[in-house]
Design a protein around this ligand. Structure first.
Ligand SMILES: [Zn+2]
Length: 406
């Protein structure tokens, strides 16, 4: 109630609309109309890990985590990239096997929930899904370690529907340096550049979230298609090595790419990051508690990590980060890279969410606040999904040209 009154006050102040049109969740009718007629794309969700123990049903509203079909519907999420992920230390044939199991798990969820979900591999298929009132499900492989240095594996992933690959996760792989590991390849190796060329031919988007700055520039130089950062934020606001500098965002935009803002509090807030750094015992305690609750169940670890971090915030041990921080990053990226080069890559179900963005139902608030800040409806649509759809279309065009031998 208090929040509804505050929001209504803010709207009167900016003269956007009458308070009577504002619902209790703080989202005006104008924002709601715009949001639910837009194609909202989220390029990074770790919900896949929850599919693996066979207990989680995507079709049922869950009291934990951030993503399920009812909540995606409520938040107007139109297209979601399910991340295929495992830690960088898992390599070789085991990494390939585990990636295939996860790809199958996503495809099975889509099959089981075909009334609500449809597997999409192109921008046009996302638009079709939207027209049919379905949520488009897409696949992104988060880490080049999963191809086991084999372009044949990359081609197989693409054939199964994978439409982006993040070149590394938090550790280096055999052919690319990560931003959170000691550089050993000076960016991309020659084979790493071959991987980029093959991704271009296959129409698999090159994702530079997580990679070192040098890997980013090598990929930018090598790729014939625009790049994406599927879930990265702004280093100028929060100095995390896997966030993008202003110059990187400008250069990404210069070649038509898009940076998808990540909602993780440790990438949004310098204050949160500093608090974690000055008290490393907290992270150790959180990790120990996660292991106690989850053992080796990675889906559980991701969800409980978020929950336990929230408990530490409630106890005053870590700073509280509000969802307005997401808007701050969107705003900054927009000013630096331009309105055509910013989108959303939440990291839901794989990270620690700020207050006010606990799950997919809260996404319309982004639309509301962007409108309040004076963004035009067309600009908001771009951020919500049209920029990503443009990049996908361009990646598809480059793929067709390369396959035609042009
Ligand atoms: Zn990630």
């Amino acid at each position: 109630m208090v929040r509804a009154i505050l929001w209504a006050g803010a709207c009167f102040a900016t003269g956007v609309l009458l308070a009577g049109a504002m619902k209790a969740d703080g989202v005006s009718e104008r924002a709601r109309k715009l949001h639910f007629s837009s194609i909202v794309v989220d390029t990074h969700d770790d919900t896949t890990q929850r599919f693996l123990d066979g207990k989680f049903d995507l079709g049922v509203r869950s009291s934990s985590g951030s993503i399920d079909i009812p909540r995606m519907r409520e938040g107007g999420l139109g297209a979601i990239f399910f991340s295929i992920w495992m830690p960088s230390k898992i390599t070789g044939p085991e990494a390939v096997d585990r990636a295939l199991i996860q790809i199958d798990a996503v495809r099975e969820q889509v099959r089981k929930h075909s009334k609500d979900l449809v597997l999409a591999t192109t921008a046009a298929e996302i638009r079709d899904a939207h027209k049919q009132g379905k949520i488009a499900a897409l696949l992104g492989v988060e880490g080049g370690h999963m191809i086991n240095s084999d372009l044949g594996v990359l081609r197989s992933f693409a054939a199964l529907g994978v439409r982006y690959m993040t070149l590394t996760h938090s550790g280096n792989d055999e052919w690319a340096d990560s931003s959170t590991d000691k550089a050993v390849h000076n960016g991309l190796t020659d084979f790493g550049k071959d991987v980029i060329r093959e991704m271009n031919r296959l129409g698999v988007m090159v994702d530079i979230s997580h990679v070192s700055d040098k890997t980013f520039y090598d990929a930018l130089e090598t790729s014939k298609a625009p790049l994406i950062a599927s879930h990265s934020s702004c280093r100028a606001i929060c100095d995390a090595p896997r966030n993008m500098t202003d110059q990187m965002m400008k250069d990404l935009a210069g070649k038509g790419g898009v940076v998808q803002i990540n909602y993780h509090v440790g990438f949004l807030s310098q204050e949160f990051r500093d608090a974690e750094k000055t008290n490393p015992e907290l992270n150790k305690a959180i990790s120990a508690e996660v292991m106690k609750r989850c053992a080796d169940n990675e889906g559980c670890q991701l969800i409980e990590g978020d929950r336990i971090t929230r408990e530490y915030v409630e106890q005053g041990n870590l700073p509280r980060v509000e969802f307005s921080k997401i808007i701050e990053h969107i705003d900054h990226a927009m000013k630096v890279a331009g309105i055509d080069h910013v989108g959303l890559g939440s990291d839901f179900d794989g990270a620690n969410m700020p207050y006010g963005m606990e799950d997919a139902t809260k996404i319309p608030k982004i639309t509301e606040v962007l409108l309040q800040k004076g963004y035009s409806e067309g600009d908001v649509k771009k951020i919500l999904g049209e920029n990503t759809l443009r990049v996908m279309t361009e990646v598809e065009r480059v793929s067709r040209e390369l396959n035609a031998g042009k």
